[in-house]
Design a binder for this molecule. Structure first.
Ligand code: SF4
Length: 347
């Protein structure tokens, strides 16, 4: 095992990508980068990271920001509960920890939106605490290296991987070890077509010897995916249109969208007319013009979206009180889901 770790660290020293969050031990910056990178690739993530640091230079500044500003900066990354949790956690750090990021793993883990992986990343990169960062890349790398065919999505098996990593980490600098393992998984032991020909631990790799690489890692559960039918309405009145703020839990919480009618199945215009009248709090029916349909994929949902246009000469009164009147130049101050943004950009 020592020789394996030696080869991995040696490879890392010669191949590491220089990224801003690798050259800091500021827990706030590390936390921010980790949450952003759970949503996107490094190149795109860099822009978001820089934007956040520019706007909120400290956890204190983030805690004091209003949620709409944070959601607006987060726009395009999806999974908005992560942005809301960033805000909640920043407030807790401010209130319970006097603005200082907690230094104990268990306290970090208690913050909203921080799971075992992120807590380990902050603990090891900021404070050199020996907690292994077991992300998807490391799971895959370890499963292949040691030919482990236990499902990685079962928590009892997670412990087996963690124990193995803890053993490998003994005597190493935690931040370097964790970065090296994650970098190996991301850059060499890739999901498809791993670069075994340049892999520094190929001669030790049990998956390679047993020709099981393509089957590893093993997953037991397939994610359940549901389908939803969302009808969005561009309701034009004078030179503008309306956006409504979403309420309740679920996708796109608190974001703005075009007024929506959700149906159980795909429906025709005639079916929507009375529903739209209800939405607009009127008996009058409107001429609805079909614009486009879009399929939008989220982690657990397939969104079948349809966009419709309605022109009205009378100022509508909406059932939803959180409806705002805007226009094509001003709507950008509101945080909207990517799906809505893509549609509005075409107008
Ligand atoms: S030899 Fe191939 S499968 Fe094994 S660890 Fe290296 S890259 Fe991964």
């Amino acid at each position: 095992m020592n020789q394996i770790v030696f080869e991995i660290l040696n490879w890392y020293r010669n191949n590491l990508r220089k990224l801003p969050w690798r050259t800091t031990n500021d827990p706030y910056k590390i936390w921010l980068s980790e949450i952003i990178l759970q949503q996107t690739q490094i190149i795109q993530g860099l822009n978001y990271y820089e934007k956040f640091i520019e706007n909120f230079s400290s956890v204190n500044a983030l805690a004091k920001a209003d949620e709409d500003t944070i959601l607006k900066l987060w726009q395009g990354l999806g999974y908005y509960s992560r942005a809301r949790n960033l805000h909640k956690a920043a407030k807790i750090v401010n209130e319970l920890h006097q603005g200082q990021f907690p230094t104990r793993y268990d306290d970090i883990l208690k913050l909203p939106g921080i799971g075992e992986y992120t807590a380990a990343a902050i603990a090891s990169f900021a404070y050199e605490l020996p907690y292994p960062t077991l992300d998807g890349n490391v799971f895959r790398f370890i499963a292949r290296l040691y030919n482990i065919d236990l499902p990685i999505d079962q928590s009892k098996n997670r412990k087996i991987f963690i124990d193995l990593l803890n053993e490998m980490m003994i005597g190493q600098k935690p931040s370097t070890f964790n970065n090296a393992m994650m970098e190996m998984g991301a850059m060499v032991c890739k999901p498809q077509n791993p670069l075994c020909n340049i892999c520094p631990v190929r001669i030790y790799c049990e998956g390679y010897k047993n020709n099981t690489i393509a089957k590893l890692p093993v997953k037991s559960n397939k994610v359940k995916v549901s389908k939803r039918h969302l009808n969005f309405f561009l309701i034009e009145y004078k030179n503008g249109f309306y956006l409504e703020q979403r309420e309740g839990k679920g996708i796109w919480q608190n974001l703005f969208q075009l007024p929506l009618i959700e149906t159980k199945t795909d429906v025709k215009r005639e079916h929507l007319e009375p529903l739209l009248a209800k939405l607009l709090n009127t008996d009058k029916t409107h001429n609805i013009e079909f614009q486009q349909s879009v399929r939008h994929l989220l982690t657990h949902q397939i969104i079948e979206a349809k966009f419709w246009k309605v022109k009205t000469n009378k100022k509508p009164t909406f059932i939803n009180p959180k409806t705002v009147y805007t226009n094509l130049s001003d709507y950008k101050i509101f945080a909207v889901p990517k799906l809505i943004e893509n549609y509005l950009l075409l107008l």
